[in-house]
Ligand binder design. Sequence first.
Ligand SMILES: [Fe+2]
Length: 408
Amino acid sequence: MSTSQATFSEHLQFKLHDVKLKAMGYGLKLMKIRHTHVLTGPAAMGELAEKVAQSELKKALIVTTPGAIKRGYSEKLRAALSKYGVASVVYSEVIPDPTFATVRAGLAVLKENDCDCAIALGGGSVMDAAKAMIVAATNDKPIEALMGMRKGKNVPLPFYAIPTTSGTGSEVTNAAVISEDITHAKRFMIDSRTVAKAAVLDPSLTASLPAAITAETGMDAMTHAIEAYISKLSNPESDALAIAAIKGIFTSLPICFKDGSNLEARQAMAKASLTAGMAFRKVMLGYVHAISHQFGALYGTPHGLGNAILLPLVIEYSKDTVAKKLATLAIETGLGDASNTQEQLAQSVVDKLKSLNQQLNIPTKLTGLKEEDIPTIALRSYAEALKIHAAPKYMGKADIEALIKKLL
Ligand SMILES: [Fe+2]
């Protein structure tokens, strides 16, 4: 059992957070989240274009990256939109972990061209940047002032998503993460009106992803599902979604990693990523994300990689608090059966995450981690966890430091 080293004053802050979580949980439960039309199959991009036209939208901002242009995805989308009489302009300068400057630049293109909707064509960074753009487009405020819970008074522009990775689930979530320009500290926008009206899940768009990106983004989806499953705010609906996502990832991610061209496995991963997004959007996440965000800000660690490295360690720390749930998960995913003890079953989940990481060539150490940075990382992770997450077992700053030291 991992005993927390939290101080008396940290315990007081945990109690306060519990009170805040109750109120937030109630609000999230009542939050209405729009249904995203999920379009699959080879004709899905055309169907999305048809939906945009049916909504009487005239000009779309396509938010994307140079990579998606190079692979011809952007041209294909523009042609599909044009067929239905929808004009388009492309903003392709989205960087990984997009900053406010990225959002401002895309917003300028959107405004100059009088676009009336945005279509994200890319991974989590592209979708998050586009979400911030559609909120800023209708709310005359600095983008920084629109971060937080539903800060835009006016309804954002319509948003559509075509994910080209399977991990973030951002197409169905109410959250977007944008980094500060200089410090790269993460800021969060939570707004249920930024959930995509329709999303294309086309496995051919992820087929060319390198194995390492497939592994990292896939483990981001896994982290969403597991942190949702053990969240203090979890409920039967989020549990069912999380278990379905975890099952899908256990089966499909190793196949996608080995053979990226396996479209059946790619489709299953796209679905699992979306399902994991639906699992966490109303119940929040935990310390894996809280710590991983700091790795991203300080070292530029890819989000999924940071999550993957941290996931088994955080679950091991939390294991005794959520042993019953982890045991259920172990049985549901075939890691054990009723002949095993609860403790064995809970441990089997941790072991499975470790072996999956190994299978996916995820390292056990964090490249670039400096010992002198650990207190700062712990302080920031601690603060983030008490702001926007709902982890089942609290960590004091000393607990976080001890966990991060394992990655040296
Ligand atoms: Fe994530």
